[in-house]
Design a protein around this ligand. Structure first.
Ligand SMILES: [Zn+2]
Length: 382
């Protein structure tokens, strides 16, 4: 078709205007392609990754047409070879992702991965897992969406499971994930005279020290890898391993690196999207880990952050990743290569884990938990 452009008028313009109004890109309907509509079309093109020329040709029209679909207006399914495309698919993908299902990128295309995520959701709510999103699946999505403002049933389930598991850490399963390792993935590497410090080796050392301390406190501890695994492991591999072990918590250990050696400090990550929704138990664990480390070691506080990384998104238990300083910072590095300092970090993480299971009413100031005393208290409660 001929591109519709500024200066045109008529029913086709009216239809496009009404779509743009529906998308809240334009304030008023009408049948004239004016300057305001030109701006709206360009904004739409930009948001969809199309060429920004203000012209409504085949491609832009296709995207506008797809954007009209509201979730629930039609049944969605994995159609081959012509996949269903639309705003409703994008809304569904975002909702699935927020609930913790792996629907892939929210690209508005109902592909195999989206269908698989829908089937998984259906299985979990007791529907026939056919991977298509019809009235019954929509009803289940709405019902769960209402229970939690903003929708995050998985995290409600996570919090509930955590609560039901009880406040005693004895017998709990924790997975410690030393980052990198395997193949030639050493993470951040910094030469130091004849030596060579690598993130993979240092976090493995930290993980094995932590393993011993947590086991002594009565937890079942698993590491995701040995000191020199044969092949690299993806975040998804590590998440799958933690899921198959039925872990209660997962802590992933990394070091950071930066071209600028002035960059230093510790940061902790938990699952969450930019929309302010997050794994509440994961966020709590992230807060505890971050606070204990900062208070006990004096490393710079780079705060906690929400991320949708595979490891955090695909794990079914509260999971955090902590970046324990910058190997590229002379300040952090000097401390990290000292085994006594690494013991301090281990002590801080141990206290954070203890605190997760410590009764809130008996909470004590950060940095002041005496781990031996705490074990006695917990033993009496058991
Ligand atoms: Zn790393």
């Amino acid at each position: 078709m001929r591109s519709i452009r500024r200066g045109d008028s008529g029913p086709a313009v009216a239809e496009i205007r009404s779509i743009l109004v529906g998308l809240e890109l334009l304030e008023t309907a009408g049948d004239v392609f004016d300057d305001a509509m030109d701006t709206a079309v360009r904004a739409f093109q930009q948001s969809r990754g199309l060429g920004v020329d203000g012209l409504v040709g085949d491609e832009t029209w296709g995207a506008l047409d797809a954007s009209r679909w509201r979730l629930g207006a039609r049944t969605l399914f994995h159609s081959v070879p012509d996949a269903l495309v639309g705003e409703d698919v994008r809304t569904l993908q975002e909702r699935l992702l927020e609930m913790g299902y792996d629907s892939g990128r929210a690209d508005s295309i109902y592909g195999q991965r989206t269908a698989r995520a829908v089937a998984q959701f259906q299985r979990e709510v007791g529907l026939t897992p056919d991977g298509s999103c019809g009235p019954q699946t929509m009803k289940a999505l709405r019902r769960l969406g209402r229970k939690v403002v903003g929708g995050r049933p998985q995290w409600l389930r996570e919090a509930e499971a955590f609560r039901q598991a009880g406040t005693n850490l004895v017998g709990k399963t924790i997975v410690i994930d030393p980052g990198h390792g395997g193949g030639d993935d050493s993470g951040v590497v910094v030469p130091d005279g004849p030596l060579r410090w690598s993130e993979a080796d240092l976090v493995y050392d930290l993980a094995s020290r932590l393993e011993g301390r947590l086991a002594a406190a009565g937890m079942r501890v698993h590491l995701t890898r040995g000191p020199k695994p044969a092949a690299p492991m993806s975040g998804a591999d590590r998440a799958a391993l933690a899921n198959s072990l039925g872990a209660d918590l997962l802590i992933s250990l990394h070091l950071d690196g930066h071209d600028n050696e002035a960059a230093d400090g510790v940061a902790t990550y938990h699952f969450g999207t930019g929309s302010g929704l997050s794994s509440t138990v994961g966020e709590r664990l992230a807060n505890l880990v971050q606070r204990e480390i900062v208070v006990r070691t004096g490393m710079r506080d780079c705060h906690i952050h929400a991320k949708t990384w595979e490891l955090l998104r695909l794990t079914r238990m509260p999971a955090v990743r902590v970046d324990l300083g910058y190997l590229t910072s002379p300040l952090d590095r000097d401390r990290l290569v000292n085994p006594l300092f690494r013991e301090q970090i281990v002590e801080a993480i141990l206290a954070a884990v203890q605190r997760m299971y410590y009764p809130v009413e008996a909470d004590v100031p950060t940095g002041s938990i005496d781990v031996r005393q705490l074990r006695m208290v917990l033993a009496q409660r058991a």
